[in-house]
Design a protein around this ligand. Structure first.
Ligand code: SF4
Length: 433
């Protein structure tokens, strides 16, 4: 049997797409391997979000070629879309597919001839609604990403996504539901909705909230999670189902803030100011009990002053946000930010990132501590060895406990008895099924 290995860089959407491609390769007779050597096919699903991401991808291509001599090498995705010539210049790459064609990798493989010219398909990206060929062989999987949307129309000044992934488009409503039903029937208990700009979902007159309502009815699925959503795109009506513990939508929001300074937000071309962000968040916290909140922040954007960084720090310190993904600013050539002035030294950017990460660690730990003595519902995912089971509560609190009982893919009530940094430790209560 032929083997294929995957190297997925970048975002959750890339992970989702790698999983879909892996399914289509399995249908073609490939076995997917975790091994870093000896594969017959190596698929690099690339990212181009910053200059350093491109460099990382080129390094990975060389490393994969070295470790898998004789393997076919396919480089697909955002970096392929933006700079296929840089990939071809490395040599030894057999297949380069851009955004529009990456999911058809299994078909394009048939065109690759041993020792022949590389097959390159990088072209215009579609603008309309799309469907996905999503064969489901997810048995044993607890959580599955469900792709509902792609691309973005927002044109933030630091971001290349609108060029790399095209403009916003949505997956056909019925096609999305069909995959959700297959996943539910295959035993997947949690769906994580993925896309670039989820709140822009619109297909056949149905919006994001309509899709959420329809997904509530999917048999087998017990939890629905929104992966990350732009602050201005989600209506406050979502707080109703999020607060309803009879509903499948979990009380968890990941709302990218990027900066707590209005001047920087404007320079980033974000569509909200800090007061609007906070107002939305505060309403969410008032209306949704036990809400878990995460965010993304960019530090060291061109021209960011000490005061402006402090504004970000202070906003995050006093807000209900419990965990942050901190991104030190790295220029992506081809974005609006390229023509800006006031680039900061790497040292200043590193110091600011460090300060925010420390604050994030403290807040995440305080969040875990605040659950001491309380009961939460956890979907357990894996046994980390020694019968230490870990999983996530509805609000994304990470929980671990020791149990002789197999807990994989079970929703279980847990009493929190302590914490180890941001990890909540607990003991088992009555299983729900
Ligand atoms: S909202 Fe802004 S940061 Fe997010 S993908 Fe669109 S352009 Fe990029």
């Amino acid at each position: 049997m032929l083997t294929a290995s995957f190297y997925t860089l970048g975002c959750r959407l890339n992970q989702t797409e790698s999983a879909l491609i892996a399914q289509s390769l399995k249908a073609k007779g490939y076995e997917i391997t975790e091994a870093k050597t000896g594969a017959d096919l190596c698929v690099i699903n690339s990212c181009t979000v910053t200059g350093p991401s491109d460099l990382k991808c080129r390094q990975l291509i060389r490393q994969v070629q070295k470790q898998n001599p004789g393997a076919k090498v396919a480089v697909i995705g955002c970096y392929s879309q933006m700079a296929s010539e840089e990939i071809l210049a490395i040599g030894g790459v057999d297949l380069v597919l851009g955004t529009e064609d990456k999911l058809k990798l299994a078909q394009y493989l048939d065109l690759v001839e041993p020792g022949g010219e590389p097959v390159v398909r990088v072209g215009a990206i579609g603008k309309g609604a799309f469907s996905l060929d999503a064969p489901v062989q997810h048995r044993g999987l607890t959580r599955a990403n469900l792709k509902i949307q792609d691309g973005c129309d927002f044109l933030c000044s630091f971001c290349i996504i609108p060029q790399a992934r095209g403009r916003s488009r949505s997956r056909l409503f019925e096609d999305t539901l069909a995959e959700a039903r297959s996943l539910g029937a295959a035993g997947v208990k949690e769906l994580v909705l993925t896309g670039v700009n989820l709140g822009c979902y619109e297909e056949g007159g149905k919006g994001f909230l309509d899709l959420l309502a329809a997904l509530e009815t999917v048999p087998g699925v017990e939890r629905i999670r929104i992966s990350s959503i732009e602050p201005t795109t989600l209506g406050t009506q979502v707080f109703g189902p999020m607060a309803d513990r009879g509903a499948k939508l979990v009380p968890h929001l990941h709302l990218p803030l990027q900066s707590g300074s209005d001047r920087v937000l404007k320079a980033m071309r974000r569509r909200y100011d800090q007061a609007e962000y906070l107002a939305f968040l505060e309403q969410a916290v008032r209306e949704v009990p036990d809400l878990g909140v995460g965010t993304d922040v960019i530090v060291g954007f061109p021209g960011e002053t000490d005061r402006e960084f402090q504004d970000t720090y202070d906003l995050l310190a006093r807000s209900a946000v419990q965990y942050f993904h901190v991104f030190p600013f790295a220029l992506r050539p081809g974005t609006k930010a390229e023509s800006m002035e006031g680039f900061l030294s790497p040292q200043v950017i590193t110091e600011r990132a460090l300060a925010l990460r420390e604050l994030g660690d403290q807040k995440q730990e305080a969040f875990a501590r605040s659950y001491l003595g309380r009961e939460v519902r956890v979907l357990f995912e894996h046994n980390g060895g020694g019968n230490r089971w870990s999983g996530y509560a509805d609000n994304y609190l990470r929980v671990q406990l020791h149990s002789e009982q197999a807990l994989g893919n079970q929703l279980v009530q847990v009493k929190i008895t302590g914490n180890q940094d941001s990890l909540a430790l607990g003991e088992l209560m009555a299983p729900e099924g």
